[in-house]
Design a protein around this ligand. Sequence first.
Ligand code: ADP
Length: 257
Amino acid sequence: SSLFEERNNLQAEISRATESLATAHEELKKADQLKSDFLANMSHELRSPITVIRGGINYLSRTLEKEDNKRYAEIIEKNVNRLTHLVSDLFDFTKLEAGKIEWDFSLENITVLIEEVIEIISPLSDQKNLAVDYTHQGDMFVELDFERMEQVLVNLMDNAIKYAYPNTTIEINLKQDNDDALLSIKDHGQGIPEENLKTIFDKFSTVPSVSKGNVEGTGLGLAISRAIVEAHGGRIFAESEIGVSSTFFVRLPIASE
Ligand code: ADP
């Protein structure tokens, strides 16, 4: 009978533990929601003062006469721009994480989108004397939120340009792979260590040895990109050969007729 008692006691203990786990889980979920709401509100509130400061400092750096003052104004302007970028990434990311993005999907020819993005980033690729080589198999239609997917591709090409060696070629290819459109963006540059290939898509993740240099960032770009691609029913992933090249892939389902 003592065995029987022991079993009953154990069962009671298990159900108490299960209950308190459920309560803890509820509380965690609430705290998590509070955190997301706070971040989303905060990054929204940060935007307006930054916009005002940006306007003011931009005016000053254009109109100041004294060389010294001009130089300081330009340093402030550069940092305000960094802050703007950071806050805007934070805003997008918290909205995506909290599921608060309003999507605007329509049937789009993805080759047109890619051409447009190549055009947008051409001042940056020109600066480093990079050639952009785009190959594809013709029109391919995908259900897209055009602006959001543009943001993904700008981010990937911006990274490709940032980490490529000067005077090299960025290779962009679009092909059909079963029922998917498979886009690849390959740069010839420093590459990404094997152990970082998976985590670079996590929030705030940067590659330590790499980001110590003069390359700066929030580590949110790829996390935002992944959330956007997954909201399209797609996948994003990367391959790399250290010191040689990095290739980022975006796989998206082709729209059925
Ligand atoms: P950020 O927004 O700070 O640029 P991302 O999320 O876009 O951050 O990228 C995360 C990290 O992944 C970068 O800090 C960089 O170390 C690495 N990375 C991304 N793209 C490339 C690339 N094409 N070549 C080498 N490293 C890259």
